[in-house]
Design a protein around this ligand. Structure first.
Ligand code: 5AD
Ligand code: SF4
Length: 470
């Protein structure tokens, strides 16, 4: 048994880590043939991609996938800790599974993801949720087949969570959710330690994958007919810093852009590491999508300092305008937190005025959520929840106005759309533009997922656009 430990998770040193190739344990191949699984994924794209690895591990063990947890022999929760409501959702699901297990004694229940790295969560599971069969941390997901096997063979709860990153494991098996767009990890972890954020504790320090490994994975995806890759990391802009003297995200993006892949995306970018070279490269290559997610978090320099964000309102705006002015047609989205401890009405007004200046194409807005073990949870907070909810409401009204205004400018234009599938609306398809706008459209011609086609935009809504293929 290995339990999480925050002291260790906080450690940042320069131990060398090795790139190790994943080795399959052939003794467990197809050992559980005939059994079924269901994975419930919470949170970010990183988790979605981890679930693609989990699916491959389970398939190797012989499990087959079902589309409803009630039908599964194994229910897997791949969890998120970013805010309290993510926690509550996972614990709510565990509550439902407890009832299910009363009826179905052989049901297997597993948990992985960021919640598995949290000391208090693991303590709660050991104390109150003895029916959970195994908990696997984010740093040792590759051990999953043997952990499941052990949990079944020994019929005993297995908790295997490493708080320090081990080596970087290459060649993990993967069952991708799509056949035309794929996630590719380029860097793991985060060293920024924003004072509100749990991620540096749950995902460890920044570790870049070697460029050769990333480029090889992308070459294979291209060979397999993939049209879009999204480069993933908690902070992709830090790519290469831990590994190379002089090779960073701009250089990696350029090498990928020279390959024959129509769409390249990347996320998430911390404004701190966004350099001119990156901006130039994005502007230069048409297959790097002009869509940048640039979380601001607050428009008040005072709050940004308390958040440990390492930039001011002014330096953020300077970067924002440089990106807008250099990359033709770029869309910029953001994340904003309201109600950070001690945020005054004046601080909040600065956030609103920044939104008026930036007129974002999309924004994810949140109320500050206390995460145990982070510095912000010790800050005095005299803003009531009611006030925070009110601020969120006022902020959402403003951001929504700009989504619609920006979308309206696209009416009458022809946009390149990558088809995703058939929309909920009858006789309509849906897909995403280069700037990542959701487009619902009609087409008299047959189209299929992964096709990139021209769509005439006929009308704009706040969160989507309608169009037609002529
Ligand atoms: N409370 C509220 N929002 C948070 N985020 C991260 N941590 C917290 C927290 N404790 C938001 C940030 C980040 C996004 C992924 O989640 O805006 O950019
Ligand atoms: Fe969290 Fe800040 Fe790292 Fe983003 S950059 S994952 S907000 S610590």
């Amino acid at each position: 048994m290995h339990l999480p430990d925050y002291k260790e998770a906080r450690t940042r040193d320069h131990r060398d880590y090795q790139r190790i190739s994943y080795e399959v344990d052939s003794a467990v191949q197809n050992k559980y043939k005939g059994k079924t699984f269901f994975i419930k994924t919470y949170g970010c794209q990183m988790n979605e991609h981890d679930s693609e690895n989990i699916e491959a591990f389970l398939s190797y063990l012989g499990f087959s996938k079902v589309d409803n947890y009630l039908k599964a022999d194994l229910v897997w929760l791949n969890t998120c800790s970013i805010r309290e409501n993510a926690h509550n959702k996972a614990f709510g699901m565990l509550g439902r599974l407890k009832h299910l297990k009363n009826e179905k004694k052989d049901l297997l229940i597993g948990l992985s993801g960021c919640m598995a790295q949290e000391v208090s969560v693991v303590e709660t599971i050991m104390r109150d949720y003895p029916f959970v069969n195994f908990v696997v941390g984010t740093h040792n997901l590759h051990q999953l087949p043997s952990i499941i096997d052990k949990a079944i063979v020994e019929n005993q709860q297995q908790i295997e969570v490493f708080s320090r990153e081990g080596d970087l494991i290459e060649g993990l098996p993967v069952v991708r959710a799509n056949s035309y767009k794929a996630y590719v990890n380029i860097i793991y972890g985060c060293d920024k330690f924003c004072t509100y954020c749990i991620v540096p504790y749950t995902r460890g320090r920044e570790r870049s994958r070697a460029k050769e490994d990333i480029l090889k994975e992308i070459d294979e995806l291209i060979q397999d007919g993939y049209k879009e890759v999204t480069l993933l990391g908690q902070n992709v802009n830090a790519y290469g810093k831990d590994l190379y003297e002089n090779y960073h995200l701009g250089d990696l993006l350029e090498e990928i852009a020279l390959k024959n892949i129509p769409r390249i995306r990347f996320m998430t970018s911390h404004p701190w590491d966004f350099n001119d070279r990156m901006i130039e490269v994005i502007a230069k290559y048409p297959n790097i999508m002009p869509s940048v997610h640039l979380p601001v978090q607050s428009g008040s320099s005072r709050i940004l300092k308390l958040m440990g964000r390492r930039y001011t309102r002014e330096s953020y705006l300077e970067l924002f305008h440089k990106i807008k002015d250099t990359i033709p047609g770029v869309s910029i989205s953001t994340d904003i937190i309201v109600g950070f401890p001690g945020e005054t009405e004046e601080d909040f007004q600065e956030t609103l005025s920044l939104v008026h200046e930036c007129q974002y194409d999309n924004a994810f807005t949140f109320i500050f959520s206390t995460r145990e073990g982070t510095p912000a949870c010790k800050l005095p907070d005299n803003v009531s929840l009611e006030e925070k909810e009110e601020r969120l409401h006022r902020l959402n009204e403003v951001v929504n106005t700009y989504f619609l205004e920006n979308n309206k400018k696209l009416e009458g234009q022809v946009l390149k759309v990558m088809v995703e599938g058939v929309s909920d609306k009858k006789d309509m398809y849906y897909g995403y533009s280069e700037t990542n706008k959701l487009i619902n459209f009609s087409s008299s011609q047959e189209v299929k997922p992964g096709d990139i086609i021209d769509v005439l935009i006929t009308s704009a809504k706040t969160w989507s656009l309608d169009g037609k293929v002529e």
